[in-house]
Design a protein around this ligand. Structure first.
Ligand code: GDP
Length: 458
């Protein structure tokens, strides 16, 4: 049983840094009382007299010292983000001033919000389900238009609507089985094995569709770990600069999230390439000599995508062949560069190792569209629809795969002639897993894990 703390919490909800506006959010039973202790409106009215969805202009005080001007926005329970009384104080942005205001709010009786606590309260108060709450984090950390659109669609319940649909069909079947088994004397319609198997197969197909879109969705929303490799002077840095020129974002660790520290990401087509290790490989002369064959092989194996660069104006040599031998089963695009010069490289040999091959001139900025098309094809994102229901993280994937295994058990139980009791047990496991997905009966630990990954103030 989850016990909702009745304390009134506060945190800075905007990014920490110099900015026009900084917002301090206060939520809980005493939000208005706390805000009244620090905010004095120019109209002389206290915020406790305000209706929901109204704003007032005034000043923030710490004890008797006036520390800033602010606009106070009042939300009345349950019509707020958290479902509780909320006051948002918009003061001047800036690290010092927002912290001063927050300190004043704490002195007035609020306690610091834990990571993700506003969103957790919204979930506990039924304003969001678990997948929608997770989507809030993905909207905040989105690095491309497609990623933001996918997260917004999830926030609006895209995934939970789809899984609820699958789940309610399974609940109907489960109820039918219970009725048939437990009340044989009643006039319950008979359950035919063929009908049951067909129902389970449709649930399985729907879950499979979600699972198979996951990798493509991940390439679009979270990015794919990519290595740009090739011997010296083939044009890796030139290609990197070309890619960076499109859209470059330096991403640092976002406190409170589980993301790795990544050096930089670039968007190509609708895919995000996470170039986590490029510096090392770009600057090294011969990567194989420098870090050894086994380590190179391991790095190439572990990444999600290899962009292998060759100099088209020269015949392939030993180093090029070494690289081709190392590519192995990792998805790869061969970039034969310097197409503006006379071509001497044997592209058919490269193609034998890496079927996805393009010829470009990085120096002249030619070939990016081709590269984008090939990357999208390899990541299977050409037809990616960010508005379709999409699994957003490993937790959700695990729940959906667990449900699918349980449905497989239902099908085997019927095929192998076990009784309906056995089918019912496996079926209930599938239902439980889908309910956990949206948090409808998730254990406290699952909920805590989800919310611990949030930024404080969100
Ligand atoms: P890296 O060592 O693989 O990073 O190679 P660089 O990007 O530093 O490029 C090596 C040399 O090749 C530089 O002089 C580049 O200007 C040149 N280069 C790169 N791309 C092209 C291209 O598409 N065409 C031509 N003609 N030269 C290029």
């Amino acid at each position: 049983m989850i016990v909702l703390s009745s304390s009134t919490i506060a945190a800075i909800s905007t990014a920490q840094g110099a900015g026009g506006i900084g917002v301090i959010r206060i939520s809980g039973d005493k939000a208005l009382t706390v805000a009244d202790r620090v905010f004095k409106g120019v109209n002389g009215r206290s915020l406790s007299e305000y209706k929901g969805y109204t704003a007032g202009f005034g000043h923030i005080y710490d004890e008797n010292e006036r520390i800033d001007e602010a606009v106070a926005l009042v939300f009345r329970a349950p019509h707020s983000y958290t479902g509780e009384d909320v006051v948002e104080l918009s003061c001047h942005g800036g690290v010092y001033i927002t912290k001063q205001v927050l300190r004043a709010v704490f002195s007035a009786g609020a306690v610091p919000a834990e990571a993700g606590e506003f969103t957790k309260r919204a979930f506990l108060n039924g304003k969001l389900d678990l997948t929608e709450a997770e989507a809030v984090m993905n909207i905040i950390s989105a690095q491309s238009r497609s990623a933001a659109r996918a997260a917004l669609s999830c926030k609006e319940g895209g995934l939970s609507k789809k899984t609820d649909e699958i789940c309610s069909a399974l609940i109907d079947t489960s109820a039918h089985i219970s009725a048939w088994v437990d009340f044989p004397e009643e006039d319950v319609p008979e359950l035919e094995n063929g009908r049951l198997i067909s129902d389970f197969n449709s649930a399985r197909a729907a879950l499979n569709a979600l699972i198979s879109d996951y990798d493509a969705g991940k390439a679009v929303t979270q990015g794919i770990d990519t290595l740009i490799v090739g011997k010296p002077n083939v044009g890796k840095s030139t290609l990197m600069n070309l890619l960076s020129g499109c859209e470059r974002s330096i991403v640092t660790d976002i406190p409170g999230t589980t993301r790795d520290i990544i050096e930089e990401t670039v968007n190509i087509g609708n895919v995000i390439l996470r170039l986590s290790d490029t510096a090392g490989l770009r600057e090294t002369d011969n990567i194989v000599e420098k870090i050894g064959v086994e380590r190179t092989r391991k790095r190439l194996e572990e990444c999600g995508l290899i962009i292998a660069v060759f100099d088209g104006s020269k015949p392939l040599d030993r180093e090029d062949m070494e690289l081709l031998e190392l590519v192995g089963g990792t998805p790869a695009v061969a970039v034969v560069n310097k197409s503006d010069k006379e071509q001497l490289a044997d592209v058919e040999t490269i193609r034998k190792y890496i079927p996805s091959l393009i010829e470009i001139s990085a120096k002249n900025g030619e070939g990016l569209t081709l590269l984008a098309e090939n990357v999208e094809k390899i990541c299977e994102t050409q037809n990616f629809n960010p508005s379709a229901p999409l699994i957003a993280n490993e937790r959700q994937l695990f729940r959906i795969k667990t449900a699918r295994s349980a449905i497989d058990e239902c099908i085997s139980a019927i095929e192998e002639g076990f009784g309906l009791d056995a089918v019912a047990v496996a079926l209930n496991d599938a239902i439980d897993s889908l309910l956990e997905l949206t948090g409808k009966n998730a254990a406290d630990t699952v909920i805590d894990t989800v919310f611990e990954t949030f930024c404080v103030g969100k």
